[in-house]
Design a protein around this ligand. Structure first.
Ligand code: SF4
Length: 389
């Protein structure tokens, strides 16, 4: 792979990837379901950017939408830019697997069971990697008869090298094996080797360690670190595991019901979580020194996509919800941001007095510029899904 200058997310120059107002919906018998609802973010060169949230929050659909792989999905975005160039769907297909590659969640269903793992990696090398740049029958014949090598043998060699790079023991032999002959950890490494075969600048890793035990998980995460540190590869890490986020990411975006709720540098998110949903997620992490009988869970579930609450989508589960939470929330752009929170409690017009939110003046006039009747001076805290106290 070609080394690039790692910036560890510190640059505020043009991001490598910029996603502007991404929206993805899926048609169903009951109507369209919105899985991703107007999110904007950017990833810097050499940055590890985490996207966290519980199942159904839209993390994986975000990744698939960026890569044009959201089957049956209606994907719209104001722009998806890579290295500052806006990519059409067709251009995205060209860079997919090469400059931008993806490590999928489940290697067993992502690898082809009837091809050796070496051949599956070599195929990507031929298509996107340095060998693939010089394909063509004349080039192939010249290499074969003049230099004694062929694209096939060179790409196979490269596949073996990549298996070695990701720490597979005895890579020459393993390259000749089929996925079912490898352990879960090895299959995940094969997926990483395959992602590296196109010499990517950006890897989107969707729950890359979910099915692995903690020892293998640590090894895989180290591989990702090395990719960033040695080659300056940027990584979008999609996970529900906050421990993994804390260990690996430079910045984190918290997603809920297809929307961004809080984005911050990792240490800020863990030291000063601000959004009630982020606080709930952090409270739910079990600790070894904790003598609680029951773990803290966030009551309720992600809202029914056909029956979303108005205003804040977390309203029915939020123990800080108050009268104004049924009002729409402004969206933010998480490109290069150090800390953004999407919650009415953070609005300039809202103060906390004795633990309760207090609205000053007309919030409507401040939120959207439309003058309306002033709201109550003081709004009581509402129990999740309940009436004002
Ligand atoms: S306080 Fe309101 S806006 Fe903030 S997270 Fe709770 S429900 Fe949403």
């Amino acid at each position: 792979m070609t080394p690039r200058t790692p910036t560890q997310g510190s640059t505020r120059e043009e991001p490598l990837l910029e996603v502007e107002n991404l929206r993805t919906s899926f048609p169903t018998d009951r109507g369209d379901v919105t899985a991703v609802d107007g999110i904007s973010f950017g990833v810097d060169t050499g940055e590890i950017f985490g996207i966290v949230g519980e199942s159904g929050s839209g993390k994986s659909v975000t990744a698939l939408s960026i890569l044009g792989l959201a089957a049956d999905g209606e994907v719209e975005a104001d722009a998806i830019r890579f290295r500052g160039e806006e990519l059409s769907t067709r251009e995205m297909s060209a860079v997919r697997g090469g400059e931008i590659s993806m490590i999928f969640q489940d290697p067993m269903s992502s690898l082809n069971p009837v091809m050796t793992v070496g051949e599956q990696i070599a195929e990507v090398v031929r298509h996107h990697g340095e060998v693939g740049e010089s394909t063509g029958i004349l080039s192939e014949l010249r290499r074969k008869y003049v230099t004694g090598t062929s694209d096939s043998s060179r790409s196979w060699q490269r596949a073996v090298e990549l298996l070695d790079t990701v720490g597979i023991p005895d890579p020459e032999q393993r390259a000749n094996e089929y996925p079912h002959q490898l352990s879960g950890g090895m299959k995940q490494r094969v997926m990483i080797a395959q992602a590296l075969a196109g010499d990517p600048s950006l890897i989107i890793a969707d729950e890359p360690t979910t099915a692995l035990d903690v020892t293998i998980e640590a090894q895989i995460l180290n591989e990702l670190f090395e990719l960033r540190d040695e080659f300056g590869v940027s990584i979008v890490l999609i996970t529900h595991d906050l421990a993994v986020v804390r260990e690996t990411c430079d910045r984190v975006a918290v997603m809920y019901a297809g929307e961004l709720m809080e984005t911050a540098r990792t240490e800020t998110l863990f030291d000063e979580p601000t959004h009630p949903y982020t606080k709930g997620l952090l409270r739910s992490i079990p600790r070894v020194d904790d003598d609680r009988e029951w773990l803290n869970a966030i009551d309720g579930t992600v809202p029914d996509p056909f029956n979303r609450p108005s205003g804040c989508p977390f309203r029915d589960r939020c123990d800080a919800a108050f009268e104004l939470c049924s009002e729409p929330l402004d969206r933010y752009d998480a490109t290069g941001t150090d800390h953004e929170v999407r919650c009415h409690l953070q609005h300039d017009a809202v103060d906390i007095d004795d633990g309760e939110p207090v609205v000053e003046g007309s919030l409507h006039s401040r939120l959207d510029g439309t003058e309306t009747e002033p709201l109550d001076e003081r709004s009581g805290v509402v129990e999740p899904g309940g009436e004002r106290q």
